[in-house]
Design a protein around this ligand. Structure first.
Ligand code: NAP
Length: 251
């Protein structure tokens, strides 16, 4: 269990949900983990405690990824604490499903600023910390990128943009040994998917009915795929969009 031994990893949005699971699973594989959060200090501290109680290394750092000054401060703290960086997981994200009539400049920019611009800011800062040996970036996208659903136009657009960034940067990074890939989860049971009302809804039932493996995803389903992509097992995988969804097919 040491696929990420001594690697330093930043996981954005790791105070709960998929990000928290990735942080904990990375630590069990030997990574030193930076648990980023926006407002849930208590959640982030719990994730750090779970990791350190298990003999791992982790610190929590607050930063709103959509605010560039916060992101710069986050990576400065990473540098001061660990001196380097090996892995960035862009997981922080929000999903607002709203009909076309309700979309406003405010809700549009909120989703794009966190899901897209925030990832660009973190990638810019991570490049300054990756060593000459290279780096590894995982963007947590969504099946909604490939299969947009009604009322999800803006959210799906943010994730399609993130996937385009994955592919463009995989080419831009040529010669620098930096791998970048997108993970596209299907519906996953998290604090966020509970609070938006997806879990237990007809929407969830429809998604599960269209999932050959017949259940809702759990955060660890995504975390295990992230370990694979972050590890040398995936050394030849770059610029890919990988669905981790139980095989959900078109709705
Ligand atoms: P979640 O339970 O709502 O957790 C979201 C995390 O992101 C929290 O740690 C939150 O921090 C953080 N966050 C939100 N805005 C942030 C910001 N501006 N700066 C830094 N951190 C921020 O979400 P989730 O369901 O685990 O989803 C995680 C990712 O997976 C998202 O990118 C989402 O689009 C994607 N995804 C989820 C599903 C699903 O069904 N759950 C499916 C496909 C893709 P605070 O708690 O401090 O606010």
């Amino acid at each position: 269990m040491s696929k990420l031994k001594n690697k330093v990893a930043v996981v954005t949005g790791a105070s709960k949900g998929i990000g928290a699971s990735i942080a904990k699973y990375f630590a069990t594989e030997g990574a030193k983990v930076v648990v980023n959060y926006a407002s849930s200090k208590e959640g982030a501290d719990k994730v750090v405690k779970a990791i350190t109680d298990n003999g791992g290394t982790a610190i929590a750092i607050q930063a709103d990824v959509s605010i560039q000054a916060d992101v710069i401060r986050l990576f400065n703290e990473v540098k001061n604490t660990f001196g380097t960086l090996d892995i960035l997981v862009n997981n922080a994200g929000i999903y607002n499903y709203e009909p076309i009539e309700q979309i406003s400049a405010e809700t549009f920019h909120q989703q794009f600023n966190i899901n897209v611009l925030g990832s660009l800011f973190t990638i810019q800062e991570s490049l300054k910390l990756f060593s000459e040996k290279g780096g590894n970036i995982i963007n947590i996208s969504s099946g909604a990128s490939n299969t947009p659903l009604p009322t999800g136009s803006v959210y799906s657009a943010t994730k399609a943009a993130l996937d385009a960034i994955t592919i463009a940067l995989s080419k831009e990074f040529a010669g620098r040994n930096i791998r970048i890939n997108s993970i596209l989860p299907g519906i996953v049971e998290t604090e966020g998917s509970h609070s938006t009302g997806f879990i237990g809804s007809e929407f969830e039932a429809k998604l599960v009915a269209n999932t050959p493996l017949g259940r809702t995803g759990q955060p660890e389903d995504i975390a295990k795929a992230a370990i694979f992509l972050a590890s040398d097992d995936a050394a030849w995988i770059n610029g890919e969009k990988i669905s981790v969804s139980g095989g959900i097919y078109g709705l």
